[in-house]
Ligand binder design. Structure first.
Ligand code: FAD
Length: 265
């Protein structure tokens, strides 16, 4: 890992290589510590696969993989599915069909200045920000999935996924508290985008200067003025966000048209 070449990237863009690496890690590493998917675990996994299959931008091989996985999971009458069967589908059956997810991690916007920093947690935030923006852009995409009844389906699936599978226990405890306290205020796709942005900034504030802070990418309130000057305002010497401009910025930054395929397969 130390010898991996640095990948130049543009902070104004989002990289599909990071999103693909997030799913690669999720399916092949994070899930691997759960040898049997059953009960709540199976439901949470199914919901995540459905969400990604419906909202992941671009309609490329990731969507095909997730659609196939989703159809397969929904068609099985089983109450328990061994993780090995999921892995087998992802690794082998899908390759025969010419659809597969990259077999290595290629962090770009989520590169760390040394191994152990950034990477997967960064890409998971990125993935869910993209999904909140896609849900707002395609309001009917979740129709007939069962997820459409939720006011904040992306946050609900993220919440369940983090609680059930995310390896960092401290993170899931904090996130669960935040969602439990605030999700009832989220009543639209637009508010869902803003809620996740605001929550991410709260986490940034809490973690600034901590051990997980990469010196090359110090935790800060985001977007910085250099990314979005009009997002920032000052009233009587006090910083304020211009929420309309923040929403506008997020809708653009995490949109399908701002995804760069550079370094992707
Ligand atoms: P990240 O915070 O991962 O951000 C990734 C990228 O998202 C940034 O590079 C930037 O481009 C963009 N971004 C930054 N802020 C925002 C924003 N407000 N809105 C939209 N986009 C933004 N670590 C802990 O140590 N303790 C915790 O309690 C904890 N809780 C977590 C909860 C969740 C749900 C997740 C997914 C992760 C959590 N983490 C926690 C990990 C931590 O938040 C970082 O992901 C990790 O330290 C890597 O940081 P990073 O520098 O790559 O930036």
């Amino acid at each position: 890992q130390d010898s991996e070449p640095w990948r130049d990237f543009n902070r104004f863009q989002v990289y599909t290589a990071d999103l693909e690496s997030a799913l690669h890690y999720l399916l092949r590493v994070e899930l691997a510590s759960h040898s049997m998917l059953e009960g709540e675990k199976l439901k949470v996994f199914k919901d995540l696969v459905t969400l990604v299959s419906k909202l992941y931008p671009g309609g490329g091989s990731v969507v095909k993989l997730m659609e196939t996985l989703s159809d397969w999971l929904l068609s099985l009458p089983l109450q328990r599915i061994p993780y090995q069967a999921v892995l087998d589908l992802v690794n082998n059956k899908m390759r025969i069909a010419g659809v597969f997810l990259g077999e290595e991690l290629r962090w770009v916007g989520c590169q760390g200045s040394r191994p152990g920093l950034r990477g997967y947690p960064c890409s998971l935030w990125t993935l869910f920000h993209v999904l909140t923006v896609q849900h707002d852009a395609m309001p009917n995409a979740l129709d007939n999935t069962g997820l459409e009844v939720e006011a904040a389906p992306v946050l609900q699936v993220m919440r369940s996924y983090i609680r059930t599978f995310f390896g960092c226990q401290e993170c899931s405890r904090h996130f669960e508290q935040a969602v439990a306290a605030g999700i009832h205020e989220v009543k639209s796709a637009e508010q869902q985008i803003v809620w996740l942005w605001n929550q991410h900034n709260r986490v940034n504030a809490r973690l600034a200067g901590s051990l997980s802070d990469d010196p090359l990418f110090p935790k800060a309130q985001w977007p910085s003025p250099s990314l979005c000057a009009s997002c920032h305002e000052e009233r009587n010497g006090v910083h304020e966000w211009n929420l309309d401009n923040v929403l506008h910025f997020l809708r653009h930054h995490y949109s399908a048209s701002n995804l760069s395929p550079k370094y992707s397969l």
